[in-house]
Design a protein around this ligand. Structure first.
Ligand code: F6R
Ligand code: MN
Length: 203
């Protein structure tokens, strides 16, 4: 089998999340300052070490208008406070650009937040399922399971990644463990009462 990286054929490893010929990027806990809602829990976790939270490897060989790229993410299992390990999250610079996510292994959620309305949704990201991320939605991927979550995201080559808006105001909602299950709660509500019942567990 060919292993060369090209825009017509590339090979990836569904276990490691690596694409042959592409350089993975590693995000450690220290890279995610400001992402987790509970700052005290974040500082306490970081005082214990700086674990890998996720890696992402992208095939971005085709760059023209109309071209597509893909990335493989691999998020470790873990939590900061009750909030599950997750990606930084971003909006696409080209706000209209949508993205398709495919679950490969593990169990997770896509946290979507429409930047125009502030509405949040959490959609299950599971093996053999696809999640459509519409344009104008900030998206963050969350590992709600006990083993690594591996997934693929396919996006327009011209989408661009805007992390600044998220860094400035973060998502309004969090996906947190509650009674052994993931629940979507407003960040404010979670910070007021981390163990509280919240508005309901997700299926
Ligand atoms: C690309 C995309 C994914 C993410 C990956 C890591 O548009 O959405 O490939 O890049 O899930 O998340 P971020 O980029 O938020 O660190
Ligand atoms: Mn994206």
């Amino acid at each position: 089998m060919p292993t060369e990286f090209s825009h017509l054929l590339s090979s990836f490893d569904p276990e490691t999340g690596e694409i042959a010929g592409a350089k993975p990027q590693y995000r450690r806990l220290s890279d995610l300052r400001g992402c987790f809602a509970d700052g005290a829990a974040y500082d306490a976790a970081l005082a214990q070490g700086d674990p890998l939270v996720y890696s992402v490897c992208a095939c971005e060989a085709a760059t023209g208008p109309g071209d597509l790229c893909y990335g493989i993410g691999r998020i470790m299992a873990g939590r900061v406070g009750r909030e599950y390990y997750m990606t930084k999250g971003h909006l696409h610079t080209w706000r209209d650009a949508a993205e398709l996510y495919f679950g490969i292994s593990g169990e997770g959620m896509m946290l979507l937040e429409d930047h125009r309305t502030g509405d949040s949704r959490a959609i299950a990201l599971l093996p053999n399922h696809a999640v459509y991320v519409p344009g104008h939605n900030a998206h963050r991927t969350v590992n709600t399971g006990s083993r690594p979550l591996v997934y693929i995201g396919v996006y327009p080559a011209t989408a661009g990644h805007d992390y600044a808006a998220i860094k400035e105001r973060n998502f309004r909602s969090v996906v947190v463990e509650q009674g052994g299950r993931p629940a979507l709660r407003s960040r404010e509500d979670y910070l007021r009462d981390p163990a509280g019942p919240g508005p309901g567990a997700l299926r």
